[in-house]
Design a protein around this ligand. Structure first.
Ligand code: ZN
Length: 473
């Protein structure tokens, strides 16, 4: 975990001390906060997660590794595969169990395996193929700092010896999914994978056929988990026409459902992908916003982004990112900056901890509440810059765009804009709080971004009910 500058207990603002890798405790009020996937979390978990309730739930790793061999791959070659595998595992000194779940269908038995596993990691492999013995060493060595390692036939160093029809199908499928679902991996149908159990146990999986191989990856990407590929030299030992047909059909069936999830705002990398979107307006919007905000923040040294999401703004300089959605933070780990899972209503930072606070596309998503503004102001030092961005609902262009967007993408961001601001009322409100407006830039002539300087002296608190300046729907 990164040390997070300025961190403090959100309840009492006391100092926090790390208790190993898994939690922080407050020196003031003794509250304990978990560290989830390396990210300090100040958002109370509503209910225990699925992983906690499973027999082999969190913190119950009995083995280093559980090997799961799914049903329809438990072909006749298992008697040859198992002794070789166990020899390899022993030579690598990996404590392990081997599960061959009973049930019908590849996906269904794989899911049973995920639930029953008691290893810290889960290895899945095919019993109807043969592989280079060194594959286990390579996949095991690649497990650090990622959540799933795919042994891939289609990366440099990998190879596949398969009947021509199967190879063509497998390659085509990987290409279609790679483009159609923006999954930047080469081998999406390889059954040779190493999963971190805690990551995979938390997923809600539904596929019963071979399509589970894609479903599990898409749900992992949506939850912000990391995926890595290592080369695999693979030889198929037997493939029937019936097998090929089942393989192709199961993928076609769920492609659409997966497409929807992949392109929804529920996917952790939504904001990051928008930057490279094929839709020109969306691409322009993200890049213009990035340019405005990074220019305004350029001279600051201690920057906080409240509601950072997975946007690449979090990567532009050394800074701290905070968000309420853990999946987006997991994704944002790749930018290498310290991250905090927390709420804008109770920021877990000391007073005046930052000289620049960014809050872009957040305040329209939360109820009109004075605490939002007092918290942003509190963690900002006197004379510091608040960069505040939100749609300007006095601009007809924004209202038209949002109407259109709501029609084109139901369930998208448009439905989540619950509080509407305009330039006039937001400016008056912030000035009454003692801020000076340094500049206002627009994205697409409708999203306003303020650069606001906090007063250096004490501003007499001027009661201004939020509702007087703002309207909420
Ligand atoms: Zn405390």
């Amino acid at each position: 975990m990164h040390a997070v500058p300025g961190l403090a207990c959100p309840a009492c603002r006391g100092d926090l001390r790390a208790d190993g890798e898994s939690s922080l405790s407050c020196q003031g009020c003794a509250a304990v906060y978990p560290i989830l996937d390396g990210i300090p979390s100040f958002v109370p978990a509503p209910t225990p997660t699925v992983a906690d309730e499973l027999p082999g739930g969190r913190g119950r790793d009995t083995y280093d590794l559980t090997v799961v061999i799914p049903a329809s791959r438990q072909a006749s070659h298992l008697d040859r595969l198992l002794p070789a595998l166990q020899r390899e595992l022993r030579s690598l000194e990996i404590s392990h169990e081997i599960l061959q779940p009973a049930g019908s269908g590849y996906g269904a038995t794989l899911r049973i395996g995920f639930e029953q596993a008691r290893g810290e990691y889960i290895l899945t492999l095919d019993a109807d193929g043969s592989h280079d013995p060194s594959f286990l060493t390579a996949i095991w060595a690649a497990r650090h700092n990622v959540d799933v390692v795919i042994a891939s036939r289609y990366v440099p160093g990998g190879a596949a010896e398969m009947p021509r029809a199967r190879q063509a199908l497998s390659r085509t499928l990987s290409r279609v999914l790679r483009r159609g679902l923006s999954l930047p991996y080469s081998d999406l149908s390889s059954g040779y994978r190493l999963y971190r159990r805690e990551a995979v146990a938390a997923l809600e999986l539904h596929a019963t056929g071979f399509d589970i191989l894609q479903e599990v990856l898409i749900r992992m990407v949506a939850a912000g988990y990391e995926i890595r590929e290592v080369p695999l030299r693979y030889r198929a030992l037997g493939t029937s026409r019936a097998w090929l047909a089942r393989f192709a059909l199961s993928h076609l069936k769920t492609f659409l459902a997966m497409w929807k999830l992949r392109n929804s705002i529920a996917s952790a990398d939504y904001d990051a992908r928008a930057y490279a979107s094929v839709v020109p307006l969306q691409r322009y919007w993200q890049r213009r916003r990035y340019q405005v905000i990074t220019t305004m923040a350029a001279r600051s040294r201690r920057v906080l982004d409240v509601g950072c999401g997975s946007s690449r703004i979090i990567g532009f300089t050394r800074m701290v990112g905070l968000d309420i959605v853990l999946a987006k933070l997991r994704y944002a780990r790749r930018y290498g900056n310290p991250l905090v899972h927390g709420s804008i209503f109770e920021l877990p930072f000391k007073d005046s901890a930052f000289d620049c606070v960014i809050c872009s596309e957040v305040i329209e998503h939360v109820p009109a509440d004075e605490r939002v503004f007092s918290e942003l102001e509190r963690v900002l030092e006197p004379g510091g810059v608040l960069i505040l961005g939100t749609p300007d609902y006095d601009r007809w262009r924004w209202r038209a765009l949002e109407w259109l967007y709501g029609r084109l993408a139901p369930g998208g961001y448009a439905d989540e804009h619950i509080t509407h601001y305009s330039r006039a009322n937001l400016a008056a409100f912030m000035q009454a709080r003692g801020f000076t407006i340094e500049r206002v830039d627009y994205v697409g002539g409708s999203e306003m971004i303020f650069a606001l300087r906090k007063a250096t002296g004490v501003v007499a608190p001027r009661p201004l009910p939020v509702a007087a300046g703002l309207r909420s729907r």
